[in-house]
Design a protein around this ligand. Structure first.
Ligand code: HEM
Length: 417
């Protein structure tokens, strides 16, 4: 077996065409599915620094199901641990273990239950209709800024209770925080430049949270900021916990679903026969098409865990406390032992237990219902209004190995009269 290190943490590895990465991941799953990826020189003790790449579907699911062995709290869930000055702003529940995780997740999960979300459908329809009205009624547009990014942005802002006038600021700030490795969002790509920009964006979000919370204390509303404010008193949510929660929610709400919408339009344009089939009977294919777009796009490429104690096993691999493991959802979602013809986009796929929302277990995406609802309403209404909308050319991709993002995508369409 080839043991040449494959630098999955390195952005240049990700800049290659998707087909090349897919082929590499297929070989990794086959030949060394739990390979060690070294990063930098060995530490003083002689132990190599780096992480184990978890690449098969079965392993990703198992790691995600065992939070007591594979911790999110020890050092967080990013491949590279955050510099100290940024740690204050990052994480919240995504970077926690029990009992804190359960205590804090409960506070906002009420706002995300299926029952609450049912009443959201009407609101999402209103927002989509408004966005469609704002788009040029025929011709061309940047599909990301005119449609795909606006829907999740307006919905998460409305759920949190952020007034419309802050919309552009929220978009810019979350682009900087989650798209930090892309020069379009942060021109100075030195470590100091990135830290400064992310710190400034995070501070700006916290200032906004502070002023909105002050308003909510005086005048509570039916929104998540009011819930967080109430929890601050009732459940001892600290100001720092509240700030991290807020940043997590605006980021997760904004920077994920939009990429499924953009990848979705792009892949449906490439597969016009499937798109025609879907449009001929939207209802018949909707839920399968949405799951397939989620699998296809896998907007979140990976999350990390840290081994909690010596002797933890995964199959026949024994770990030591502190070992890092990275779950590559992007690879798991193409695992040929689970998905027939995994490299084919197929809206009629019956079995589609993808891990786009993060496997299973305690950290399963809190926004999964919301994202699915947004995707359903988005495509339904988009195709009703502009049945011939299609992407033109190649997407302009985010420079990242964490988010499978599309920054810009040209679309063309004629109006229906
Ligand atoms: C967690 C993906 C939309 C809020 C996660 C995780 C993934 C993920 C992979 C697991 C993190 C882990 O295991 O460490 C996605 C994708 C989305 C999406 C692909 C869209 C297609 C949303 C939305 C929200 C949201 C719209 C709403 C605000 C969260 C939160 C967590 C989370 C709060 C942390 C849950 C916890 O740690 O208990 N998401 N997400 N996500 N997501 Fe999403």
């Amino acid at each position: 077996t080839d043991t040449t290190p494959i630098p999955l943490h390195d952005l240049t590895w990700w800049k290659r065409p998707a087909a090349e990465r897919d082929a590499d991941f297929a070989a990794i799953r086959r030949e060394r599915p739990r390979m060690f990826v070294p990063i930098g020189p060995a530490s003083d003790s002689g132990k190599a620094k780096g992480f184990y790449a978890i690449t098969t579907y079965e392993d990703v699911l198992e790691v995600s199901r065992r939070p007591e062995d594979f911790s999110s709290g020890i050092g967080g869930t990013q491949i590279f641990e955050q510099p100290a000055e940024l740690r204050a702003y990052r994480g919240s529940i995504i970077d926690m273990d029990n009992p804190e995780h359960a205590r804090l997740r409960k506070i906002v999960s009420r706002g995300f239950t299926a029952r609450n979300l049912a009443s959201l459908r009407d609101e999402i329809e209103d927002v989509v209709s408004e966005i469609l009205d704002e788009m040029p009624q025929s011709g061309e547009c940047d599909f990301v800024s005119s449609f795909a990014a606006l829907l999740p942005l307006r919905i998460i802002n409305s759920l949190l209770g952020i007034p419309r006038e802050h919309e552009q600021f929220i978009l810019d700030a979350t682009n900087i925080i989650l798209g930090a490795s892309d020069a379009e969002y942060i021109a100075d790509q030195s470590a100091a430049g990135i830290n400064a920009a992310v710190t400034e964006a995070s501070k700006g979000l916290i200032d906004l949270l502070d002023s909105l919370s002050t308003e909510r204390i005086a005048d509570p509303q039916d929104d998540l900021i009011s819930q967080l404010v109430a929890a601050k008193g009732e459940e001892n949510l600290t100001p720092a916990e509240m700030a991290r929660f807020f940043i997590l929610l605006v980021g997760a709400g904004n920077e994920t679903t939009r990429n499924v919408i953009s990848h979705g339009l792009y892949v449906l344009t490439q597969h016009s026969e499937q798109r025609d089939r879907w449009l001929a009977d939207y209802e018949e294919y909707a839920s399968r098409a949405i799951e397939e777009m989620l699998r296809w796009a896998t907007p979140v490429i990976h999350f990390r865990r840290t081994v909690a104690r010596d002797g933890v096993m995964l199959g026949d691999l024994e770990f030591s406390a502190g070992d890092k493991v990275v779950m590559w959802y992007t690879s798991a979602n193409r695992d040929e032992t689970v998905f027939d013809n995994p490299y084919e986009f197929d809206i009629t796929r019956e079995e589609n237990p993808h891990v786009a929302f993060g496997g299973a277990g305690a950290h399963f995406c809190l926004g999964a219902h919301l994202a699915r609802l947004e995707l359903d309403v988005a495509f339904r209404m988009l195709f009703e209004r502009f049945p011939d909308i299609h992407s033109v050319g190649e997407p302009d991709r985010l420079n990242s190995n964490f988010l499978n993002g599309i920054k810009h995508l040209r679309a063309e369409y004629t109006s229906v009269t």
